[in-house]
Design a protein around this ligand. Structure first.
Ligand code: GLY
Ligand code: MN
Length: 468
């Protein structure tokens, strides 16, 4: 919904979201906001990040908030502690409880301690109290106190129906949410372009990571996750920045920032340190690009993401057969799981307020009710498998990696040797890894690649890097 000034009416949006979710459950919903997390002692904390469900239903990014949503339309109570003079002296003036409630479109705001009386009232009425699984220990402890339960009991009694309905609601992104992701991508684009301009032989990974994070900070943005900036792209989540780039290596960068309202972007690009791909690198790069463009071309409402993943595997197996790294029938190789030597993760995941959107709710987000996650190596990391719907935003992030420890182990076990030419594969040790990742909106007839268009093809990357 928009006002005349074309700014979204956020308090009204939050109100509507709460009115939608309350209709789906029978009882009262307890929402637990995050608390500051101590880094080494209580007064030295990590930067605060609100719980994404709390953000989705209130937009409020202050620590230590609680909310109860009752079954009646518009009936929510926000619970917050009013800042005292010491808080104001040390951390400055903050929004009052009434202002917080107003900004979230909530009619009633009360002192935090009063939540206990309301919960007692709900219990004596015999109504069910629904809540989502608390994954921070401070939230779990708070839930245990409020619900008079042991922590294990809190976890055992999370509301399955609330989890399912929240997942359903948050999975479909509205226009205002897509605008937030686009906003995050605009800054992410600047970061990746700056990395391309700054990188080169002799530079440290940390210098490039610093340039990228500096741009985010200059725009007052947080990273959506720990950025990956590495010449060892085969280490899937490599958070070390100690490497020094050398001629002939690839630099893999997986980084994205949050929007002003905390929506994530998640972009990966892989660049040649020297500015030009070697023939060997270009050969593998083109296969990954074909995997990415080919699968983006398949995406539309109704298609299962498992099928999209398997199509990426097939494009890869065919490509690697041409290079001589794989052999035999690609379908049989994929069925056996041989391709996972090179592509041991899923093709992508949901994206929203979380970089892996709602992963805290588990597989109800990415898997259909009757669908079980595969136990096969590689396929077991597919986070999104179910049929896609109009309004889903997801990542498409195929990759090809040469992981020395995995190659050594499989070769020793002679695993899938009918599909893998280990002698040829050993010629790629030290190659690293290539991943190309974009953020995609699913539409009824296809897919829209979000973002301003970060260089991706070999000519685009080489010509952008030539301008350094
Ligand atoms: N960007 C990190 C990941 O998707 O796992
Ligand atoms: Mn990703």
């Amino acid at each position: 919904m928009s006002t005349n000034s074309s700014q979204p009416d956020w308090p009204e949006i939050y109100r509507q979201r709460r009115n939608k979710i309350r209709r789906q459950v029978d009882g009262v919903i307890l929402w637990i906001g995050h608390s500051l997390q101590p880094r080494n002692y209580a007064g030295n904390t990590y930067p605060f990040r609100q719980n994404s469900h709390f953000l989705y239903y209130t937009g409020l990014s202050e620590p230590d908030l609680l909310m109860l949503s009752f079954p009646e339309q518009d009936h929510d109570i926000l619970f917050a502690r009013e800042a005292d003079i010491d808080d104001i002296v040390w951390t400055g003036p903050t929004r009052s409880r009434a202002e917080l409630a107003r900004d979230a479109g909530i009619d009633i705001a009360e002192e935090i301690e009063r939540v206990k009386e309301h919960l007692a009232g709900v219990r004596s009425d015999g109504a069910r109290i629904h809540y989502l699984p608390p994954y921070q220990y401070s939230s779990l402890y708070r839930a245990a106190q409020l619900l008079n339960m042991e922590p294990a009991e809190v976890i055992a009694n999370v509301s399955q129906v609330l989890m399912e309905e929240v997942a359903k609601q948050r999975s479909i992104k509205t226009e205002v949410e897509i605008a937030e992701i686009e906003d995050a991508l605009a800054i992410t684009d600047l970061m990746h372009r700056a990395a391309m301009a700054e990188m080169g032989p002799g530079k440290r990974e940390s210098e490039i990571a610093g340039v990228m994070q500096g741009i985010a900070l200059a725009h007052d943005r947080q990273q959506a996750y720990n950025p990956i900036v590495t010449i060892r792209g085969e280490v899937l989540h490599n958070h070390s920045y100690s490497g020094i780039m050398q001629e002939g290596q690839l630099l893999l960068i997986d980084a994205g920032v949050e929007s002003p309202l905390f929506y994530a972007s998640d972009i990966t690009r892989t660049f040649p340190v020297s500015g030009r791909f070697t023939a060997k690198q270009a050969g593998i790069y083109q296969i990954v690009l074909r995997m990415q463009l080919g699968t983006i071309g398949m995406i539309k409402s109704g298609i299962s993401y498992r099928d999209v993943h398997l199509a990426a595997c097939r494009i890869m197996a065919e490509g690697l057969r041409e290079t001589g790294l794989m052999r035999g029938n690609p379908s049989d190789a994929i069925e056996a799981g041989a391709h996972a030597l090179f592509f041991p993760h899923g093709i992508g995941h949901m994206l929203g307020l979380d970089v892996h959107d709602m992963e805290d709710l588990g597989d109800i987000v990415g898997y259909g009710k009757k669908e079980k996650r595969s136990g096969q190596f590689g396929l077991n990391y597919l986070r999104l498998s179910r049929p896609l719907e109009h309004g889903f935003v997801l990542t498409v992030e195929p990759g090809i990696y040469f992981i020395p420890a995995l190659i050594e182990r499989w070769q020793k076990e002679n695993l899938h040797s009918e599909f893998i030419d280990y002698e040829k594969v050993n010629g790629y040790l030290g190659f690293g890894g290539i991943r190309i990742e974009d953020n995609i909106l699913v539409t009824p007839t296809g897919a829209t690649v979000l973002g301003p268009g970060i260089p991706k093809t070999i000519p685009e990357i080489e010509s952008a890097m030539a301008q350094r």
